[in-house]
Design a protein around this ligand. Structure first.
Ligand code: ATP
Ligand code: MG
Length: 380
């Protein structure tokens, strides 16, 4: 099988690696250069998208902010999975909220802001603190503002007004004003759905963010009630989109209740641990689903964790001497804050996992991994 991925970043690269043993060849459409490349070495395979579409059996995506014309061109070939509608929904917080409300899925109280009048209305209906998020093109905490106290209202409105004014008129932008949720923790579920409607989900993963970006994910044997609640929501969302492939859902956990934060119509950073903690990782299961092959086991085979490597391209070699530590570099040019790689760690039980995680955290340069040692120590 030949799969074309829209987007040529680390997610396409890890799909390519996972596809090799199955004889699935993965090429990637680089949305910057508009060329089709080999995601393992970025060598150009085709000079334009059309040739890539003709050559592929299946087309999929590694991110949701894809030009709608490109999505339409791919969909017209009959090869795009998931559908352009599913990809667009993940890329527009207005559509995402609509999907959640259509399927009776709990999420944070919110309002849509497009002008001063709707801003004032949002301020009147929501309680402080409030988070404002751009409807389009938000990721890794970008395009967000927070109001904690009443004296910030005017300044933040000015920022939002400037942001809305500078938006491309061809892509009508809006802001979602959302009540800040006093969550106990953030968790996510990565699951997979086939065209026949069958689904499987990986265990819930606990996620720790630093400055709005994921830094650590923990996959431990989970509370069955919570797992069932998440799986039920996963099915509602995936069925609501008639989804094909891997889909991730981020949640806020408040007591025993899960509120959806957002959905990602793709493989997800919080599912990278599946490369070492599951029989079949999220990248392989995504390929299996879009190629209509049987799905692989998604159970946790051993407690596992993932630590993101942001902004640096070297680490001390000694980390590899810790048992069950696997390094995954993305081969990208270094830039401050950029996702450069991740480290997976596993243990045969929770105690062993944390022993190894703490040993790892102590070897990582603390300025590049703020909070990792304190977070894993507190969790142990
Ligand atoms: P990413 O692409 O990394 O998932 P994003 O830019 O799409 O991030 P969100 O996931 O919506 O944005 O928000 C980033 C983080 O901000 C969340 O993981 C959470 O820590 C915090 N956050 C967002 N919305 C809320 C909220 N309503 N209440 C409390 N915290 C929030
Ligand atoms: Mg998020």
């Amino acid at each position: 099988m030949k799969v074309l991925v829209l987007g040529a970043g680390q997610l396409a690269r890890m799909m390519a690696l996972a596809g090799k043993p199955l004889n699935i060849s993965v090429k990637a459409y680089d949305v910057g250069s508009l060329q089709v490349v080999d995601p393992l070495n970025t060598r150009v395979v085709y000079g334009d998208l059309s040739a890539g579409i003709n050559d592929a059996d299946v087309i999929t995506a590694e991110f949701e902010h894809i030009d709608h014309q490109v999505l339409a061109q791919c969909e017209a070939s009959g090869k795009l999975k998931p559908s352009s509608n599913a990809i667009k929904t993940g890329g527009d917080r207005r559509l995402e909220k609509q999907l959640l409300s259509n399927n009776n899925v709990a999420n944070a109280k919110h309002a849509i802001v497009t002008c001063k009048q709707s801003f004032d209305k949002a301020m009147a209906t929501l309680e402080l603190p409030i988070i404002f998020k751009s409807a389009l093109e938000g990721y890794d905490g970008k395009g967000q503002w927070r109001i904690k106290s009443a004296d910030q209202v005017e300044t933040i409105w000015q920022d939002i007004a400037d942001f809305l004014k500078s938006a491309n008129p061809e892509k009508p932008q809006a802001i979602i004003a959302e009540q800040m949720v006093p969550f106990d923790r953030e968790v996510s579920m990565v699951g997979v759905r086939k065209a026949d409607g069958s689904t499987l989900a990986y265990p819930l993963t606990e996620n720790h963010h630093t400055n709005g970006v994921l830094s650590v994910s923990l996959a431990l044997a989970s509370n069955q009630t919570l797992q069932n609640q998440a799986a039920e929501i996963f099915d509602k969302v995936a069925n609501g989109l008639n989804y094909v492939g891997v889909l991730a859902i981020e949640f806020f956990q408040v007591g025993e209740q899960l509120l959806v934060n957002e959905i990602a119509p793709r493989v997800h950073n919080s599912g990278h641990w599946t490369q070492q903690g599951a029989d079949v990782c999220q990248f392989e299961n995504h390929l299996r689903a879009v190629c209509d092959l049987p799905l692989g086991n998604t159970e946790l085979i051993r407690p596992s964790a993932m630590v993101n490597v942001l902004g640096i391209d070297t680490l001390p070699d000694e980390i590899l001497s810790i048992p069950s530590v696997s390094m995954h570099w993305y081969g990208k040019t270094q830039r401050a804050g950029r996702k450069m790689g991740h480290i997976n760690v596993s243990g045969s039980n929770k105690e062993e996992l944390f022993e190894r995680l703490i040993a790892l955290a102590k070897l990582l340069p603390s300025q590049d991994f703020p909070e990792v040692l304190s977070y894993v120590t507190a969790k142990a």
